[in-house]
Design a protein around this ligand. Structure first.
Ligand SMILES: [Zn+2]
Length: 343
């Protein structure tokens, strides 16, 4: 990868990249969709990790009847946040608590189970994993005495990639991961809904953020739990993204017209803005990268020269997540653009 550039190409590339970014937004008609609406949605400062004396200190926030969630820091994994960056949802049923996503580690899972016990004396009824990214299921071993549901493809991916993820998490988080053993989900979802302790969950098998993404609707309250198909006030992650499928999934989730959305990362959303923000960001990203490929820019030029629009520059984990997305997505986009540039 080229690290330096001549003074002449620096100005040229910077100009092109800035123009590409602005052009992408304008040509897709996205300024109106992002600007004031999304700006006004940023009411609270980004959540910080719930850490006290080297332990997770999870305090569930009730957002609907019998529905709580713990919001992770709107950050990337660091030693300071202990990997407490993900949202986990707790839903009360007559058979005990249903847990949706179990967090990043054994230690986190233990804190989550303790938090669930503080809300209900009935114990845990079951857990779900929305997808195979480690921050969403590495707490599973704490919940392994009860069924852990996931899409079949998620279970396969967890088994195939769990050890690799584990190595990465230990490198990033060190002691926070102590004792964590990858424990893939145990039950494969085969139906479009499931009733647990009298509470009905509608299940949406989708994909796009990864090869298999589960969303769940709590029928009683109209609460939609999206996993990482939706991010809110936190930049989306894209290591396994298939963007056309992700847009389709966002369409499907919007059609649910949920009363409340709990995204995979970021605060709860009562008006669908999380879906819109995720779509707008991904569209901007894809359009900008395609334009950069057509202009022949390299990844370093894009990372260094792109000006993040106001609607995105204050999202959690920026600009790092943008840089990561360039490295995830650009090689394939660049390959697609190549035949055209040779004409
Ligand atoms: Zn994810």
């Amino acid at each position: 990868m080229r690290r330096g550039k001549s003074p002449a190409s620096a100005g040229h590339a910077g100009q092109l990249t800035r123009r590409a970014a602005a052009g992408a937004i304008a040509s897709a008609g996205l300024i109106a969709a992002t600007g004031l609406t999304l700006g006004s949605a940023i009411q609270a400062p980004p959540a910080s990790a719930a850490i006290k004396n080297g332990n997770y200190d999870l305090v569930p926030r009730q957002v609907a009847d019998g529905v709580w969630f713990v919001e992770g820091a709107r950050e990337y994994f660091t030693q300071d946040n202990g990997g407490d960056i993900v949202n986990c949802v707790l839903i009360e049923t007559d058979a005990g608590m249903v847990i949706i996503d179990t967090g990043v580690s054994l230690k986190y899972g233990q804190a989550l189970r303790q938090a669930a016990a503080s809300l209900s004396g009935l114990g845990i009824a079951a857990s779900f994993n929305t997808h195979h990214h480690p921050d969403h299921w590495f707490g599973n071993q704490v919940f392994a005495d009860r069924p852990i549901y996931a899409l079949g493809e998620t279970a396969s991916l967890a088994r195939a990639e769990g050890d690799g993820f584990s190595d990465g998490m230990y490198r990033l988080l060190g002691n926070w991961m102590r004792g964590t053993e990858t424990t893939p989900p145990t039950q494969t979802i085969t139906s479009s809904s499931i009733t647990i302790g009298g509470r009905i969950f509608v299940l949406y098998p989708l994909s796009g953020h990864t090869g298999a993404d589960l969303a769940l609707l709590d029928k009683k309250t109209g609460t939609l739990i999206t996993g990482d198909l939706a991010f809110y006030e936190r930049a989306p992650t894209t290591p396994h993204a298939d963007l056309p499928k992700w847009y389709e999934a966002l369409d499907a989730l919007a059609a649910v017209e949920a009363a409340l959305i709990i995204p995979g990362h970021g605060p709860e959303d009562r008006d669908g803005q999380s879906l819109e923000q995720t779509r707008t960001y991904l569209t901007w990203l894809e359009t900008g990268l395609k334009q950069a490929a057509a202009e022949g820019l390299d990844m370093v030029e894009i990372m260094e020269e792109t000006l993040l629009p106001d609607a995105f520059k204050n999202l959690g984990a920026m600009p790092q997540e943008f840089h990561r997305s360039v490295s995830h997505l650009y090689p394939a986009i660049e390959r697609q653009a190549m035949p055209l540039s040779n004409l």
